[in-house]
Design a protein around this ligand. Structure first.
Ligand code: CAA
Ligand code: FAD
Length: 387
Protein backbone atom coordinates (compact mmCIF):
# COMPACT_ATOMS: atom_id res chain seq x y z
CA UNK A 1 0.00 0.00 0.00
CA UNK A 2 1.06 3.57 -0.64
CA UNK A 3 3.20 5.33 1.91
CA UNK A 4 1.44 8.53 2.93
CA UNK A 5 3.18 10.45 5.70
CA UNK A 6 1.35 10.93 8.96
CA UNK A 7 -1.38 13.53 8.58
CA UNK A 8 -1.14 15.43 11.82
CA UNK A 9 -3.72 18.13 12.56
CA UNK A 10 -2.33 21.61 11.80
CA UNK A 11 -2.79 24.69 14.00
CA UNK A 12 -5.82 25.52 11.87
CA UNK A 13 -7.33 22.09 12.53
CA UNK A 14 -6.79 22.54 16.26
CA UNK A 15 -8.41 25.99 16.10
CA UNK A 16 -11.45 24.41 14.43
CA UNK A 17 -11.52 21.78 17.19
CA UNK A 18 -11.45 24.45 19.91
CA UNK A 19 -14.19 26.50 18.25
CA UNK A 20 -16.38 23.44 17.73
CA UNK A 21 -15.74 22.20 21.28
CA UNK A 22 -16.98 25.54 22.66
CA UNK A 23 -20.21 25.40 20.61
CA UNK A 24 -20.74 21.79 21.70
CA UNK A 25 -20.14 22.57 25.37
CA UNK A 26 -22.50 25.58 25.39
CA UNK A 27 -25.20 24.66 22.87
CA UNK A 28 -25.18 20.93 22.10
CA UNK A 29 -24.31 19.13 25.36
CA UNK A 30 -27.12 20.76 27.40
CA UNK A 31 -29.74 19.08 25.16
CA UNK A 32 -28.11 15.66 24.65
CA UNK A 33 -29.93 13.81 27.45
CA UNK A 34 -33.28 15.37 26.54
CA UNK A 35 -33.17 14.51 22.82
CA UNK A 36 -32.28 10.94 23.80
CA UNK A 37 -35.00 10.69 26.43
CA UNK A 38 -37.74 12.28 24.28
CA UNK A 39 -36.50 10.82 20.97
CA UNK A 40 -36.66 14.21 19.26
CA UNK A 41 -34.54 15.73 16.49
CA UNK A 42 -31.83 17.94 18.09
CA UNK A 43 -33.13 21.22 16.67
CA UNK A 44 -31.11 23.36 19.14
CA UNK A 45 -27.94 21.57 18.02
CA UNK A 46 -28.79 22.09 14.36
CA UNK A 47 -29.41 25.80 14.95
CA UNK A 48 -26.14 26.20 16.87
CA UNK A 49 -24.13 24.19 14.34
CA UNK A 50 -25.62 26.21 11.47
CA UNK A 51 -24.79 29.48 13.19
CA UNK A 52 -21.16 28.35 13.49
CA UNK A 53 -20.94 26.66 10.06
CA UNK A 54 -20.40 23.17 11.53
CA UNK A 55 -23.56 21.59 10.06
CA UNK A 56 -22.02 20.71 6.65
CA UNK A 57 -18.42 21.90 6.81
CA UNK A 58 -17.24 19.71 3.92
CA UNK A 59 -19.10 21.71 1.23
CA UNK A 60 -16.55 23.52 -0.97
CA UNK A 61 -16.37 27.31 -1.02
CA UNK A 62 -17.40 27.27 -4.70
CA UNK A 63 -20.85 26.11 -3.52
CA UNK A 64 -21.15 28.58 -0.62
CA UNK A 65 -19.63 26.18 1.94
CA UNK A 66 -16.63 26.69 4.22
CA UNK A 67 -14.55 24.06 2.38
CA UNK A 68 -13.28 22.09 5.39
CA UNK A 69 -10.95 19.26 4.37
CA UNK A 70 -11.64 15.64 5.34
CA UNK A 71 -9.62 15.89 8.56
CA UNK A 72 -11.30 19.12 9.68
CA UNK A 73 -14.71 17.57 8.96
CA UNK A 74 -13.74 14.47 10.96
CA UNK A 75 -12.61 16.68 13.87
CA UNK A 76 -15.93 18.56 13.85
CA UNK A 77 -17.88 15.27 13.90
CA UNK A 78 -15.59 13.90 16.64
CA UNK A 79 -16.18 16.95 18.84
CA UNK A 80 -19.96 16.87 18.40
CA UNK A 81 -20.10 13.10 19.08
CA UNK A 82 -18.07 13.66 22.26
CA UNK A 83 -21.18 15.25 23.75
CA UNK A 84 -24.09 14.05 21.53
CA UNK A 85 -23.82 11.33 18.89
CA UNK A 86 -27.32 12.08 17.56
CA UNK A 87 -26.27 15.66 16.75
CA UNK A 88 -23.06 14.47 15.07
CA UNK A 89 -25.23 12.80 12.43
CA UNK A 90 -26.19 16.25 11.11
CA UNK A 91 -22.79 16.99 9.49
CA UNK A 92 -22.07 13.27 8.95
CA UNK A 93 -25.24 12.58 6.94
CA UNK A 94 -25.06 15.90 5.10
CA UNK A 95 -21.65 14.71 3.91
CA UNK A 96 -22.93 11.20 3.09
CA UNK A 97 -25.91 12.49 1.11
CA UNK A 98 -23.96 15.07 -0.89
CA UNK A 99 -20.81 13.01 -1.52
CA UNK A 100 -22.22 11.32 -4.68
CA UNK A 101 -22.89 14.79 -6.11
CA UNK A 102 -19.39 15.95 -5.23
CA UNK A 103 -17.91 12.80 -6.80
CA UNK A 104 -20.06 12.50 -9.92
CA UNK A 105 -22.70 15.24 -10.11
CA UNK A 106 -22.91 17.72 -12.98
CA UNK A 107 -21.93 21.34 -12.38
CA UNK A 108 -25.60 22.27 -12.67
CA UNK A 109 -26.62 19.70 -10.03
CA UNK A 110 -23.91 20.90 -7.64
CA UNK A 111 -25.00 24.54 -8.10
CA UNK A 112 -28.61 23.63 -7.48
CA UNK A 113 -28.31 21.30 -4.48
CA UNK A 114 -25.14 22.15 -2.54
CA UNK A 115 -25.65 25.86 -1.65
CA UNK A 116 -28.93 25.28 0.25
CA UNK A 117 -27.15 22.63 2.36
CA UNK A 118 -24.16 24.93 2.90
CA UNK A 119 -26.48 27.76 3.98
CA UNK A 120 -28.24 25.42 6.44
CA UNK A 121 -31.55 25.71 4.63
CA UNK A 122 -31.76 22.03 3.61
CA UNK A 123 -30.38 18.66 4.68
CA UNK A 124 -29.44 15.68 2.48
CA UNK A 125 -30.04 11.97 3.22
CA UNK A 126 -28.53 8.88 1.59
CA UNK A 127 -30.88 6.05 0.57
CA UNK A 128 -29.13 2.77 -0.17
CA UNK A 129 -30.52 0.21 2.35
CA UNK A 130 -33.81 -1.60 1.90
CA UNK A 131 -35.78 -4.18 3.92
CA UNK A 132 -34.21 -7.05 1.93
CA UNK A 133 -30.90 -5.35 1.03
CA UNK A 134 -28.69 -4.28 3.94
CA UNK A 135 -25.21 -5.82 3.83
CA UNK A 136 -26.02 -7.10 0.34
CA UNK A 137 -26.66 -3.59 -0.93
CA UNK A 138 -26.51 -4.59 -4.61
CA UNK A 139 -29.67 -6.70 -4.09
CA UNK A 140 -31.81 -3.57 -3.84
CA UNK A 141 -35.28 -3.70 -5.40
CA UNK A 142 -36.20 -0.04 -5.80
CA UNK A 143 -36.56 0.52 -9.55
CA UNK A 144 -36.38 3.52 -11.84
CA UNK A 145 -37.94 2.95 -15.26
CA UNK A 146 -37.44 5.30 -18.20
CA UNK A 147 -40.44 7.48 -19.00
CA UNK A 148 -39.83 9.77 -21.96
CA UNK A 149 -36.80 11.90 -21.08
CA UNK A 150 -37.16 11.14 -17.38
CA UNK A 151 -37.77 8.28 -14.96
CA UNK A 152 -40.47 6.79 -12.75
CA UNK A 153 -39.28 5.60 -9.36
CA UNK A 154 -40.93 2.93 -7.20
CA UNK A 155 -39.72 1.19 -4.06
CA UNK A 156 -38.97 1.31 -0.32
CA UNK A 157 -35.82 2.45 1.44
CA UNK A 158 -35.26 1.41 5.05
CA UNK A 159 -33.28 2.87 7.96
CA UNK A 160 -32.86 6.30 6.39
CA UNK A 161 -31.18 8.74 8.76
CA UNK A 162 -32.81 12.18 8.90
CA UNK A 163 -35.69 10.95 6.72
CA UNK A 164 -38.54 13.42 6.91
CA UNK A 165 -36.21 16.17 8.13
CA UNK A 166 -34.06 16.23 4.99
CA UNK A 167 -35.26 18.06 1.91
CA UNK A 168 -33.10 16.05 -0.52
CA UNK A 169 -32.48 12.29 -0.90
CA UNK A 170 -29.72 10.59 -2.86
CA UNK A 171 -31.49 7.40 -3.94
CA UNK A 172 -29.94 4.30 -5.49
CA UNK A 173 -32.28 2.34 -7.76
CA UNK A 174 -32.05 -0.51 -10.26
CA UNK A 175 -32.26 0.66 -13.86
CA UNK A 176 -32.49 -1.73 -16.80
CA UNK A 177 -31.97 -5.48 -17.00
CA UNK A 178 -29.10 -7.68 -15.75
CA UNK A 179 -26.12 -7.57 -18.14
CA UNK A 180 -25.74 -11.35 -18.54
CA UNK A 181 -28.12 -14.32 -18.15
CA UNK A 182 -25.99 -15.70 -15.32
CA UNK A 183 -26.35 -12.48 -13.31
CA UNK A 184 -29.47 -11.62 -11.33
CA UNK A 185 -28.22 -8.11 -10.61
CA UNK A 186 -29.62 -5.16 -12.51
CA UNK A 187 -27.51 -2.11 -13.18
CA UNK A 188 -27.93 0.50 -10.45
CA UNK A 189 -28.13 4.27 -10.93
CA UNK A 190 -28.19 7.24 -8.55
CA UNK A 191 -30.86 9.96 -8.46
CA UNK A 192 -31.67 13.08 -6.46
CA UNK A 193 -35.22 12.95 -5.11
CA UNK A 194 -36.78 15.97 -3.46
CA UNK A 195 -39.05 15.65 -0.44
CA UNK A 196 -41.67 17.71 -2.29
CA UNK A 197 -41.75 15.36 -5.31
CA UNK A 198 -45.28 13.88 -5.57
CA UNK A 199 -45.25 10.22 -4.46
CA UNK A 200 -42.59 10.56 -1.72
CA UNK A 201 -43.69 9.63 1.82
CA UNK A 202 -42.17 8.42 5.10
CA UNK A 203 -42.70 5.62 7.62
CA UNK A 204 -42.95 5.94 11.40
CA UNK A 205 -39.74 6.82 13.30
CA UNK A 206 -37.92 3.64 14.43
CA UNK A 207 -37.74 3.04 18.21
CA UNK A 208 -34.02 2.56 18.74
CA UNK A 209 -31.50 1.47 21.40
CA UNK A 210 -29.30 4.52 20.83
CA UNK A 211 -28.94 7.69 18.73
CA UNK A 212 -32.53 8.25 19.74
CA UNK A 213 -32.35 11.93 18.79
CA UNK A 214 -31.55 11.00 15.20
CA UNK A 215 -34.69 10.20 13.20
CA UNK A 216 -34.55 6.91 11.27
CA UNK A 217 -37.51 6.17 9.00
CA UNK A 218 -38.51 4.30 5.89
CA UNK A 219 -38.90 6.31 2.69
CA UNK A 220 -41.52 5.27 0.12
CA UNK A 221 -41.48 6.10 -3.58
CA UNK A 222 -44.82 5.62 -5.29
CA UNK A 223 -44.60 6.42 -9.02
CA UNK A 224 -42.31 9.36 -8.37
CA UNK A 225 -41.60 11.14 -11.67
CA UNK A 226 -38.05 12.37 -11.98
CA UNK A 227 -36.82 14.65 -14.76
CA UNK A 228 -33.72 13.52 -16.67
CA UNK A 229 -31.49 15.98 -14.80
CA UNK A 230 -31.96 14.08 -11.50
CA UNK A 231 -29.70 11.23 -12.64
CA UNK A 232 -26.34 11.56 -10.84
CA UNK A 233 -23.31 10.27 -12.72
CA UNK A 234 -23.61 7.80 -15.57
CA UNK A 235 -26.55 5.42 -15.87
CA UNK A 236 -25.60 2.00 -14.46
CA UNK A 237 -22.64 3.37 -12.46
CA UNK A 238 -24.63 3.94 -9.27
CA UNK A 239 -23.37 0.99 -7.24
CA UNK A 240 -19.76 1.99 -7.70
CA UNK A 241 -20.72 5.54 -6.76
CA UNK A 242 -22.43 4.25 -3.61
CA UNK A 243 -19.26 2.33 -2.67
CA UNK A 244 -16.90 5.22 -3.51
CA UNK A 245 -19.05 7.47 -1.32
CA UNK A 246 -18.86 5.04 1.60
CA UNK A 247 -15.06 4.86 1.25
CA UNK A 248 -15.00 8.56 2.18
CA UNK A 249 -17.78 8.62 4.74
CA UNK A 250 -16.77 5.57 6.78
CA UNK A 251 -14.07 7.96 8.02
CA UNK A 252 -16.79 10.17 9.50
CA UNK A 253 -18.30 7.21 11.36
CA UNK A 254 -14.82 6.42 12.71
CA UNK A 255 -14.64 10.04 13.90
CA UNK A 256 -18.02 9.67 15.56
CA UNK A 257 -16.76 6.55 17.37
CA UNK A 258 -13.59 8.34 18.51
CA UNK A 259 -15.72 11.22 19.78
CA UNK A 260 -18.15 9.16 21.84
CA UNK A 261 -15.26 7.12 23.27
CA UNK A 262 -13.45 10.33 24.28
CA UNK A 263 -16.62 11.63 25.95
CA UNK A 264 -16.95 8.43 27.98
CA UNK A 265 -13.25 8.37 28.92
CA UNK A 266 -13.35 12.02 30.03
CA UNK A 267 -16.36 11.37 32.23
CA UNK A 268 -14.96 8.18 33.78
CA UNK A 269 -11.55 9.76 34.44
CA UNK A 270 -13.11 12.64 36.38
CA UNK A 271 -15.46 10.29 38.24
CA UNK A 272 -12.84 7.86 39.56
CA UNK A 273 -10.92 10.73 41.16
CA UNK A 274 -14.02 11.80 43.11
CA UNK A 275 -15.66 8.48 44.03
CA UNK A 276 -14.29 7.03 47.28
CA UNK A 277 -14.53 3.42 48.46
CA UNK A 278 -12.48 1.60 51.13
CA UNK A 279 -11.43 5.06 52.37
CA UNK A 280 -9.72 6.20 49.17
CA UNK A 281 -10.54 7.46 45.67
CA UNK A 282 -11.21 4.47 43.42
CA UNK A 283 -8.61 5.99 41.05
CA UNK A 284 -5.98 4.74 43.52
CA UNK A 285 -6.79 1.09 42.77
CA UNK A 286 -4.40 -0.38 40.24
CA UNK A 287 -7.20 -2.33 38.53
CA UNK A 288 -9.01 0.97 37.84
CA UNK A 289 -5.81 2.70 36.65
CA UNK A 290 -5.00 -0.11 34.24
CA UNK A 291 -8.52 0.03 32.79
CA UNK A 292 -8.15 3.77 32.18
CA UNK A 293 -4.69 3.31 30.67
CA UNK A 294 -5.97 0.67 28.23
CA UNK A 295 -8.96 2.84 27.32
CA UNK A 296 -6.78 5.88 26.57
CA UNK A 297 -4.20 3.80 24.66
CA UNK A 298 -6.78 2.20 22.37
CA UNK A 299 -8.59 5.49 21.87
CA UNK A 300 -5.41 7.18 20.67
CA UNK A 301 -4.70 4.32 18.25
CA UNK A 302 -8.25 4.65 16.89
CA UNK A 303 -7.85 8.41 16.51
CA UNK A 304 -4.56 8.07 14.63
CA UNK A 305 -6.05 5.47 12.26
CA UNK A 306 -9.06 7.74 11.69
CA UNK A 307 -6.85 10.73 10.86
CA UNK A 308 -4.70 8.57 8.57
CA UNK A 309 -7.89 7.51 6.76
CA UNK A 310 -8.98 11.17 6.55
CA UNK A 311 -5.66 11.95 4.84
CA UNK A 312 -6.40 9.25 2.27
CA UNK A 313 -9.93 10.60 1.81
CA UNK A 314 -8.61 14.10 1.16
CA UNK A 315 -6.25 12.79 -1.53
CA UNK A 316 -8.68 10.17 -2.91
CA UNK A 317 -5.87 7.68 -2.40
CA UNK A 318 -6.32 4.22 -3.99
CA UNK A 319 -5.98 2.64 -0.53
CA UNK A 320 -8.85 4.70 0.90
CA UNK A 321 -11.16 1.67 0.57
CA UNK A 322 -8.96 -0.22 3.05
CA UNK A 323 -8.33 2.73 5.37
CA UNK A 324 -11.96 3.86 5.50
CA UNK A 325 -13.09 0.33 6.41
CA UNK A 326 -10.22 -0.19 8.88
CA UNK A 327 -10.79 3.12 10.68
CA UNK A 328 -14.56 2.59 10.94
CA UNK A 329 -14.17 -1.02 12.11
CA UNK A 330 -11.37 -0.41 14.63
CA UNK A 331 -12.69 2.85 16.06
CA UNK A 332 -16.22 1.49 16.51
CA UNK A 333 -14.98 -1.65 18.29
CA UNK A 334 -12.84 0.56 20.53
CA UNK A 335 -15.79 2.89 21.18
CA UNK A 336 -17.97 -0.03 22.26
CA UNK A 337 -15.26 -1.29 24.61
CA UNK A 338 -14.47 2.12 26.11
CA UNK A 339 -18.08 3.17 26.65
CA UNK A 340 -18.85 -0.22 28.25
CA UNK A 341 -15.84 0.16 30.54
CA UNK A 342 -16.91 3.70 31.43
CA UNK A 343 -20.25 2.31 32.65
CA UNK A 344 -18.26 -0.29 34.64
CA UNK A 345 -16.08 2.38 36.26
CA UNK A 346 -19.16 4.27 37.46
CA UNK A 347 -20.61 1.06 38.94
CA UNK A 348 -24.37 1.17 39.62
CA UNK A 349 -24.47 4.93 38.95
CA UNK A 350 -23.17 4.34 35.45
CA UNK A 351 -26.12 2.09 34.78
CA UNK A 352 -28.63 4.89 35.40
CA UNK A 353 -29.77 7.77 33.22
CA UNK A 354 -28.58 10.20 35.88
CA UNK A 355 -25.14 9.86 34.28
CA UNK A 356 -24.33 10.17 30.55
CA UNK A 357 -22.18 7.07 30.11
CA UNK A 358 -25.07 4.62 29.61
CA UNK A 359 -26.31 6.82 26.72
CA UNK A 360 -22.81 6.86 25.28
CA UNK A 361 -22.66 3.06 25.46
CA UNK A 362 -26.03 2.76 23.70
CA UNK A 363 -24.98 5.33 21.08
CA UNK A 364 -21.61 3.68 20.45
CA UNK A 365 -23.27 0.41 19.38
CA UNK A 366 -24.62 1.82 16.11
CA UNK A 367 -21.10 2.68 14.90
CA UNK A 368 -20.43 -1.08 14.63
CA UNK A 369 -23.53 -1.50 12.44
CA UNK A 370 -24.19 1.37 10.06
CA UNK A 371 -22.30 2.32 6.93
CA UNK A 372 -21.70 -1.43 6.72
CA UNK A 373 -21.42 -3.79 9.71
CA UNK A 374 -17.96 -4.54 11.02
CA UNK A 375 -18.17 -7.99 9.44
CA UNK A 376 -18.63 -6.23 6.09
CA UNK A 377 -15.70 -3.90 6.85
CA UNK A 378 -13.50 -6.96 7.39
CA UNK A 379 -14.73 -8.39 4.08
CA UNK A 380 -13.91 -5.06 2.35
CA UNK A 381 -10.43 -4.97 3.91
CA UNK A 382 -9.68 -8.57 2.97
CA UNK A 383 -10.83 -8.06 -0.63
CA UNK A 384 -8.63 -4.98 -0.89
CA UNK A 385 -5.62 -6.88 0.45
CA UNK A 386 -6.16 -9.89 -1.78
CA UNK A 387 -6.98 -7.84 -4.90
N1 CAA B 1 -15.02 1.76 -5.11
C1 CAA B 1 -15.31 1.62 -6.45
N2 CAA B 1 -15.91 0.49 -6.94
C2 CAA B 1 -16.21 -0.49 -6.06
C3 CAA B 1 -15.94 -0.39 -4.68
C4 CAA B 1 -15.31 0.79 -4.21
N3 CAA B 1 -15.01 0.95 -2.91
N4 CAA B 1 -16.37 -1.53 -4.07
C5 CAA B 1 -16.88 -2.32 -5.02
N5 CAA B 1 -16.79 -1.68 -6.24
C6 CAA B 1 -17.19 -2.20 -7.54
C7 CAA B 1 -16.47 -3.53 -7.82
O1 CAA B 1 -15.20 -3.29 -8.39
C8 CAA B 1 -17.42 -4.20 -8.77
O2 CAA B 1 -17.22 -3.65 -10.06
P1 CAA B 1 -17.32 -4.59 -11.39
O3 CAA B 1 -18.75 -5.06 -11.43
O4 CAA B 1 -16.96 -3.65 -12.49
O5 CAA B 1 -16.36 -5.71 -11.15
C9 CAA B 1 -18.79 -3.75 -8.27
O6 CAA B 1 -18.57 -2.53 -7.52
C10 CAA B 1 -19.45 -4.77 -7.37
O7 CAA B 1 -18.54 -5.00 -6.29
P2 CAA B 1 -18.58 -6.33 -5.41
O8 CAA B 1 -18.60 -7.52 -6.30
O9 CAA B 1 -17.52 -6.23 -4.37
O10 CAA B 1 -20.03 -6.18 -4.76
P3 CAA B 1 -20.80 -7.08 -3.69
O11 CAA B 1 -22.20 -7.20 -4.11
O12 CAA B 1 -20.01 -8.33 -3.41
O13 CAA B 1 -20.84 -6.17 -2.35
C11 CAA B 1 -20.10 -5.05 -0.37
C12 CAA B 1 -19.84 -5.47 -1.83
C13 CAA B 1 -18.77 -4.50 0.11
C14 CAA B 1 -20.55 -6.17 0.53
C15 CAA B 1 -21.17 -3.92 -0.38
O14 CAA B 1 -22.44 -4.43 -0.74
C16 CAA B 1 -21.28 -3.19 0.94
O15 CAA B 1 -20.49 -2.28 1.23
N6 CAA B 1 -22.27 -3.55 1.81
C17 CAA B 1 -22.57 -2.80 2.99
C18 CAA B 1 -23.63 -1.79 2.72
C19 CAA B 1 -23.42 -0.51 3.45
O16 CAA B 1 -22.33 -0.16 3.84
N7 CAA B 1 -24.49 0.25 3.61
C20 CAA B 1 -24.40 1.52 4.18
C21 CAA B 1 -25.72 2.24 4.04
S1 CAA B 1 -25.56 3.94 4.48
C22 CAA B 1 -25.61 4.02 6.14
O17 CAA B 1 -25.61 3.04 6.83
C23 CAA B 1 -25.62 5.44 6.65
C24 CAA B 1 -25.75 5.69 8.07
O18 CAA B 1 -26.03 4.83 8.81
C25 CAA B 1 -25.64 7.02 8.60
P1 FAD C 1 -27.99 -7.69 7.61
O1 FAD C 1 -27.32 -7.39 6.32
O2 FAD C 1 -29.22 -8.50 7.60
O3 FAD C 1 -26.93 -8.35 8.59
C1 FAD C 1 -27.29 -9.11 9.74
C2 FAD C 1 -26.02 -9.77 10.29
O4 FAD C 1 -25.46 -10.64 9.30
C3 FAD C 1 -24.93 -8.74 10.62
O5 FAD C 1 -24.23 -9.12 11.78
C4 FAD C 1 -24.01 -8.83 9.42
O6 FAD C 1 -22.68 -8.42 9.71
C5 FAD C 1 -24.09 -10.31 9.08
N1 FAD C 1 -23.73 -10.55 7.68
C6 FAD C 1 -24.45 -10.24 6.56
N2 FAD C 1 -23.77 -10.58 5.45
C7 FAD C 1 -22.59 -11.10 5.86
C8 FAD C 1 -21.42 -11.63 5.20
N3 FAD C 1 -21.34 -11.64 3.87
N4 FAD C 1 -20.41 -12.08 5.97
C9 FAD C 1 -20.47 -12.04 7.32
N5 FAD C 1 -21.53 -11.56 8.00
C10 FAD C 1 -22.56 -11.08 7.29
N6 FAD C 1 -28.80 2.87 5.38
C11 FAD C 1 -28.88 3.84 4.44
O7 FAD C 1 -28.85 3.54 3.24
N7 FAD C 1 -28.97 5.14 4.78
C12 FAD C 1 -28.99 5.55 6.05
O8 FAD C 1 -29.08 6.76 6.33
C13 FAD C 1 -28.93 4.56 7.09
N8 FAD C 1 -29.00 4.92 8.41
C14 FAD C 1 -29.10 3.94 9.36
C15 FAD C 1 -29.38 4.30 10.70
C16 FAD C 1 -29.60 3.31 11.64
C17 FAD C 1 -29.93 3.71 13.04
C18 FAD C 1 -29.52 1.95 11.28
C19 FAD C 1 -29.78 0.87 12.29
C20 FAD C 1 -29.19 1.59 10.00
C21 FAD C 1 -29.00 2.58 9.02
N9 FAD C 1 -28.77 2.24 7.68
C22 FAD C 1 -28.82 3.21 6.70
C23 FAD C 1 -28.69 0.84 7.29
C24 FAD C 1 -27.40 0.15 7.67
O9 FAD C 1 -26.38 0.50 6.80
C25 FAD C 1 -27.68 -1.36 7.66
O10 FAD C 1 -28.48 -1.64 8.80
C26 FAD C 1 -26.42 -2.19 7.68
O11 FAD C 1 -25.68 -2.03 6.49
C27 FAD C 1 -26.71 -3.69 7.92
O12 FAD C 1 -27.75 -4.15 7.12
P2 FAD C 1 -28.96 -5.01 7.80
O13 FAD C 1 -29.45 -4.19 8.93
O14 FAD C 1 -29.92 -5.37 6.73
O15 FAD C 1 -28.29 -6.29 8.38
Amino acid sequence: MSDIPLFAPSEEHEAIREACRAVCRDKVAPHAAEVDEREIFPQESYDALRAADFHAPHIPEAYEGVGADALATAIVIEEIARVCVSSSLIPAVNKLGTMPLLLAGSEEQKRRYLPPVARGEAMFSYCLSEPEAGSDAAALRTRAVRDGDGWVLNGVKRWITNAGVSDYYLVFAATGEPAAESSSRRPISAFVVEKSDPGVSFGKPEKKLGIRGSPTREVYFDNVRLPADRLVGAEGEGFKLAMRTLDHTRVTIAAQAVGVAQGALDYATAYVKERRQFGQPIADFQAVRFMLADMAMRLEAARQLTYAAAARSERSDPDLTFFGAAAKCYASDVAMEITTNAVQLLGGYGYTRDYPVERMMRDAKITQIYEGTNQIQRLVMARHLLG
